[in-house]
Write a protein that binds this ligand. Structure first.
Ligand code: GLN
Length: 192
């Protein structure tokens, strides 16, 4: 079983750990840079990206995380996707710069800031349920970014090599296909 960390600073980490276990991984909560050692993958959960950034900088965790996401499978969801992006807008903020994409925060406005949508995806099986909470929008993506699902034409689930990002919260749906996809990526990496 691949050993996958969940960054447990703030936000939805417990639900991700449970989803990972259901998807066949060993889930480990990560609060310190040393805890990244030996992991086959990492999930950066949703929450508030600004709060997470502050914590990471205070604990001198930012650089270690930046190094990790360049080298090992990482899945960023919602605020986690914001942290992974190469550029963040609305407002601009610092990020790990790994995912070749421009992400706009809180892009859906106040009235429709949270919703549950169903849309086709390139994962096997039925259309995918997607829970959006004050979601960002991927407004630009580089040529190396594969789009696995869209909402209103904008990418909401993407993959770039060892990285995956979702602007929604897959841990809040019953469907485990998204987590299984990431566990598979971590398993491949572990085999190498
Ligand atoms: N609005 C949050 C941010 O900008 C993200 C919301 C979420 O992760 N559900 O960081």
């Amino acid at each position: 079983r691949p050993r996958i960390g969940v960054l447990a600073i703030q936000g939805n980490f417990a639900a991700h750990a449970e989803a990972l276990t259901e998807a066949g991984a060993e889930a480990v909560e990560v609060r310190n840079p040393e805890e990244l050692d030996g992991l086959d993958g990492l999930i950066i959960p949703g929450g508030e990206s600004t709060t997470m950034l502050k914590f990471l900088e205070r604990r001198r965790f930012f650089d270690a995380l930046k190094e990790f996401v360049q080298a090992r499978p990482t899945f960023g969801t919602c605020a986690g996707a914001i942290l992974l992006a190469k550029e963040v807008r609305h407002p601009a903020q610092k990020s790990l710069g790994a995912l070749d994409a421009v992400v706009e925060r809180n892009a859906y406005g106040r009235q429709i800031d949270s919703s549950i949508e169903t849309a086709p995806s390139s994962l096997p099986g039925d259309p995918l349920e997607m829970v959006f909470i004050r979601a960002p929008r991927i407004v630009e993506a580089g040529p190396g970014v594969e789009v696995l699902a869209r909402r209103d034409g904008f990418p909401v689930l993407v993959r770039q090599g060892k990285l995956m990002a979702a602007t929604f919260h897959p841990e809040l749906s019953q469907d485990r296909r998204v987590h299984r996809q990431f566990v598979e990526m971590a398993r491949e990496e572990k085999r190498k």
